[in-house]
Write a protein that binds this ligand. Structure first.
Ligand code: PSU
Length: 304
């Protein structure tokens, strides 16, 4: 059974030990509207290339786990409706059933590990949802970070979440949460937040070295890098807070649950900010792609 299908470019890069950065596809299908999602997907790949690494966007297409997509495949995914959102629980099922699905942070980490890719750029990870004490809604992304040895470059956990509870769970699971270049945790759309980050690092080489040290010690799991969105696109936490609270109220009133919560909230916040949240989301993904490429370059150098 073929585990995954890389593009020729990704296969050659992996065989040569050259830098490769994994990219997820849920952000394309469930995170942004068409055609901005398609433009974002192309730009993020171009940014990884500019940084000296090969991009590998991951998705399941008709039961095949692709590591690296062609422009046509990306276009089809960006326009498709009713694509499944695949996490740890359903990735293998989608392959067995010949289905098409986009991979979340958790599923992308699993595919990256299987392919031998150590670094992955996304927007924001899932985490503990507001009201989780009632709903028990905690993203599978957190468990994945505890188990799968991939460094995930994000702008923090998405600010729609309960950030203090998300940090607590990550601490319990032994996941290093590393703010890049600052002491405080970024909060997705906001470069700064009221929460102190557990760890801080200031350069890509140290992040790569920590990943190798972790592996050498036999500690399972990955690292979460929280990279603040550039100041030019940051929306202050105080400005986002009432908008996020309103979106969460709307989700409750509409009875939105489980996998539908995050896409609903992102779309509602897009409407409530008059589209500004999407510009910021795209800016932060590109910024994360830049840093992920730099980490991948360092990793490849250190492994050589
Ligand atoms: N980052 C973004 N937009 C997104 C996501 C990340 O900028 O839509 C996706 C990721 O795939 C992440 C998922 O794994 O949201 C979290 O969903 P949930 O809370 O249902 O686990």
């Amino acid at each position: 059974m073929t585990l995954f299908t890389p593009t020729a470019e990704v296969r050659d890069a992996l065989a040569a030990g050259s830098p490769v950065v994994a990219l997820e596809s849920t952000i394309i299908t469930h995170g942004m509207p068409y055609p901005r999602n398609l433009d974002m997907a192309a730009e993020v790949e171009a940014t990884v290339r500019e940084g000296g690494a090969v991009p590998a966007t991951i998705a399941v297409l008709d039961g095949v786990l692709h590591v690296g997509l062609t422009p046509d495949q990306t276009q089809a995914l960006a326009q498709a409706e009713d694509v499944a959102k695949l996490s740890r629980a359903d990735l293998a099922v989608a392959i067995a059933q010949g289905r098409t699905g986009a991979t979340t942070v958790a599923a992308t980490m699993i595919a990256a590990r299987a392919a031998g890719i150590g670094v992955f750029a996304t927007g924001g990870i899932g985490g503990v949802h507001v009201g989780a004490e009632e709903s028990f809604d905690i993203s599978a992304d957190l468990q994945e970070l505890a188990q799968t040895p991939v460094t995930v470059v994000s702008a923090g956990a998405k600010a729609i979440l309960d950030l203090p509870k998300t940090l607590e769970v990550l601490e319990t699971l032994g996941v290093p949460v590393i703010a890049f270049g600052q002491d405080r945790l970024p909060a997705f759309w906001s470069a700064d937040s009221s929460h102190l980050a557990p760890l801080r690092m200031d350069d890509a080489a140290t992040i790569a070295r920590a990943q190798l040290a972790r592996a050498a010690l036999g500690i399972p799991g990955g690292q979460l890098v929280a990279n603040p969105v550039p100041a030019s696109h940051s929306i202050p936490e105080a400005e986002m807070a009432p908008i996020i609270a309103r979106a969460i109220d709307d989700a409750r009133a509409a009875g939105i649950a489980a996998k539908a919560v995050t896409p609903f909230l992102l779309q509602r916040i897009f409407e409530l900010t008059g589209g500004r949240s999407l510009d910021t989301n795209i800016a932060l993904v590109l910024n994360n792609a830049r840093l992920a490429a730099a980490i991948a370059v360092e990793l490849s150098r250190m492994r050589a």
